[in-house]
Design a binder for this molecule. Structure first.
Ligand SMILES: [Zn+2]
Length: 113
């Protein structure tokens, strides 16, 4: 259900921006999603199809850009991309903690007509 709310605000923002630019149609919406945000592309797409119906965003293509999560080592301060398994620092083996990189969900740009 997480995707429901974020998709709703995403559609609202995209439509507002397009209206400001006097667009008649939104062709494409590029989204940036962090790997830690637990947002599933397919769910966003599904809600988008429902919510955009009857708006100028209807039929717009969604493009998902994934951002890899970055962690920071508690011990040595090294910033690293989260390894596939675990959260260990590649430099000293210390425990990595999440940074803000990897939690994002926002519209990078929209293409309008
Ligand atoms: Zn370290």
């Amino acid at each position: 259900m997480h995707e429901y709310a974020v998709t709703q605000s995403m559609v609202r923002t995209a439509v507002e921006e397009a209206n400001k630019a006097n667009a008649s149609k939104i062709l494409e919406i590029r989204l940036v999603i962090g790997d830690l945000s637990t947002i599933i592309d397919d769910s966003v797409q599904m809600y988008f199809d429902i919510m955009s119906e009857g708006t100028i965003a209807q039929g717009a293509k969604l493009i998902f850009k994934r951002v890899k999560a970055e962690f920071k080592c508690k011990d040595c301060g090294e910033v690293f991309i989260k390894p596939p398994k675990g959260f260990d620092c590649p430099k000293c083996g210390g425990l990595g903690t999440p940074t803000d990189i990897g939690k994002e969900f926002y519209i990078e740009s929209i293409e309008i007509e």
